[in-house]
Design a protein around this ligand. Structure first.
Ligand SMILES: N[C@@H](CCC(=O)N[C@@H](CS)C(=O)NCC(=O)O)C(=O)O
Length: 219
């Protein structure tokens, strides 16, 4: 099965990293195709045929003859598909109320934080590449990242352990840690978020973090 999957991704894309991390945790090897977000490649006709938003990640089912079923977009449904069809470490707890909690943490990043600081939003806000626009973009990203991490800290605290929910990595961590990476890129310190800091330190020690982190996929 895994030989028939291809992942279109960008090395520093946090949503792409979520999927790379799930693949690493489940021991699934896929064909990786890098799509640049910086030189127009993601906006090309070829990539928009895979995802009309022009975003990554996109999962391609290579053996699929029906063009309507060939591509899957959005990192969370991609990960849930892997969760439902592949063996390996579960990314969601068993009990429905716990599963909903983990999904709500994941959505705090996926819906509540990442989209507002996405590259296309920043380009609309400050389209030029001069330093004034770069500073405006960073200030904007900082607002939403701080707001998102503060909410996550409160939501996760009580039920966290080594990771966001207990002591095993879940879907929530796969969303949180790449967002923490983006926080660092935007000079947002973690000092105000002790729970997130602890989770991050523990995640750094995992093999699956190292197998999926951006530097490993830098073109
Ligand atoms: N909710 C989508 C978000 C996908 C997304 O926003 N990807 C970003 C990279 S993390 C992207 O392609 N941005 C390009 C842009 O904003 O033009 C997912 O989880 O897959």
């Amino acid at each position: 099965m895994s030989d028939s999957l291809r992942l279109y991704h960008y090395w520093r894309s946090t949503s792409s990293w979520r999927v790379r991390w799930a693949l690493a945790l489940k021991g699934i090897s896929v064909e990786y195709v890098h799509v640049s977000l910086l030189d127009g490649e993601s906006e090309s006709e070829a990539h928009r045929a895979r995802n009309p938003f022009g975003y990554v990640p996109v999962l391609e089912f290579l053996g699929e003859k029906n063009p309507e079923r060939r591509y899957l977009v959005e990192s969370l449904p991609i990960i849930e598909f892997l969760e439902e069809t592949m063996p390996g470490a579960p990314l969601l707890p068993k009990e429905p109320r716990d599963r909903a909690h983990v999904r709500s943490l994941a959505e705090a990043i996926n819906a509540g934080t990442q989209p507002v600081q996405n590259l296309s939003v920043q380009i609309e806000l400050a389209p030029d590449t001069d330093p004034a626009h770069a500073a405006k973009r960073k200030a904007w990203a900082q607002i939403w990242i701080r707001r998102g991490l503060a909410a996550y800290e409160t939501l996760a605290k009580a039920r966290s352990g080594k990771f966001s929910f207990g002591d095993s990595l879940t879907l929530a961590d796969l969303c949180l840690i790449p967002q923490v990476y983006n926080a660092a890129r935007n000079d947002v310190a973690l000092t105000e978020y002790p729970t997130i800091s602890r989770i991050y330190a523990n995640a750094l020690e995992t093999e699956s973090y190292r197998a999926s982190e951006p530097e490993r996929f830098k073109p």
